[in-house]
Design a protein around this ligand. Structure first.
Ligand code: MLT
Length: 304
């Protein structure tokens, strides 16, 4: 029997890939052979010496001490691309919400109180107050053309946007997926200066911390919208708040409710919902459970 410790709720459809006659799966288990994790921070955890493999039901592995595990010969499996559609949909939703001032309009409507006449007057006032803009003809810059970035770029193109991408390390597989209509920027600065919308789809590394900083935000077209549905820290949020306050940026959308941003009316922040769909949770769990199984039973290391 292989023992698998789960540190977060993992989709049942994923867990079913580990047959009960061979696997014991539980959130508390002694001497586990493997760990299945979603977002629990494993950096301070005492990872038992019996652990032979770790599966992360998601794309990023920054909650896992990967280098330390490598030294121990413990592979860390992840699920690149398995939640890409879910993240793409949330990014598109945020772009549309920002362009049409939806969060502010919802807030306005929630606070309305009065008779039919007052409501009618409020509708007229709201129509004037929340005039937005449309996406066709606007330019989106996509930094990072991995599984998610490629999907976002292709979808924005279908919405009629002009799209620039930048990724010096794009894989051949992702290059094949990218619509030929997506133009290539020469550098991050080149992309920033061409774009009104900028979205980042890169991991958080030393090289990408504050990749979007005050100088780069100033390169963007006026009424800019910055989107970070990748990792907190890639965008310098203090610089974002300054640019929102002086009107250079129209909105900032991100998937992390950071304290710096709290309460700003033109910030759209979600609690790391990018991969939180039924489909993405199933896809990620299935992909890592299959990899764990192949490793534990056959010793194969498959890079999905
Ligand atoms: C990812 O890295 O793919 C996401 O963080 C997944 C998640 O939300 O758990």
């Amino acid at each position: 029997m292989f023992k698998v410790l789960t540190l977060n709720n993992i989709s049942v459809n994923g867990l079913e890939r580990l047959p009960r006659d061979l696997y014991e799966v539980a959130s508390e288990i002694a001497n586990p052979d493997a760990i299945l994790v979603r977002s629990a921070d494993m950096h301070k955890m005492n990872i038992p010496a019996t652990v032979k493999a770790i599966g992360r039901a998601g794309a990023g592995t920054n909650n896992i001490p990967v280098a330390a595990m490598s030294k121990r010969g413990v592979p860390v499996f992840n699920a690149p691309g398995a939640n890409a559609n879910a993240v793409k949909e949330l990014v598109l939703a945020a772009m549309l919400m920002a362009a049409r001032n939806i969060p502010q309009a919802l807030d306005f409507v929630r606070k309305l109180d009065g008779d039919d006449k007052a409501m009618h007057e409020a509708v007229e006032a709201g129509k004037k107050k929340f005039v937005g803009f449309e996406l066709p003809g606007r330019t989106l810059g996509v930094i990072g053309l991995g599984a998610i970035g490629v999907k976002v770029a292709n979808a924005a193109l279908e919405l009629g946007m002009t799209v620039y991408g930048y990724d010096p390390a794009m894989t051949v597989q992702n290059a094949w997926q990218l619509n030929a209509g997506v133009r290539q920027a020469l550098s991050v600065d080149d992309l920033m200066s061409k774009s009104q919308f900028v979205t980042v789809h890169v991991p958080l590394l030393d090289a990408t911390r504050h990749l979007i900083n005050a100088d780069r935000i100033r390169l963007m077209k006026k009424q800019g919208i910055v989107l970070n549905f990748a990792r907190e820290g890639i965008v310098d949020e203090t610089a974002v708040i300054e640019a929102l306050n002086d009107g250079h940026l129209h909105a900032y959308a991100c998937d992390f409710p950071a304290n710096t941003l709290k309460g700003h009316p033109r910030v759209i922040a979600t609690p790391h919902l990018g991969a939180s769909t039924i489909e993405a949770e199933d896809n990620c769990a299935i992909m890592v459970a299959d990899q764990l199984r192949e490793f534990l039973e056959y010793g194969n290391v498959r890079n999905s």
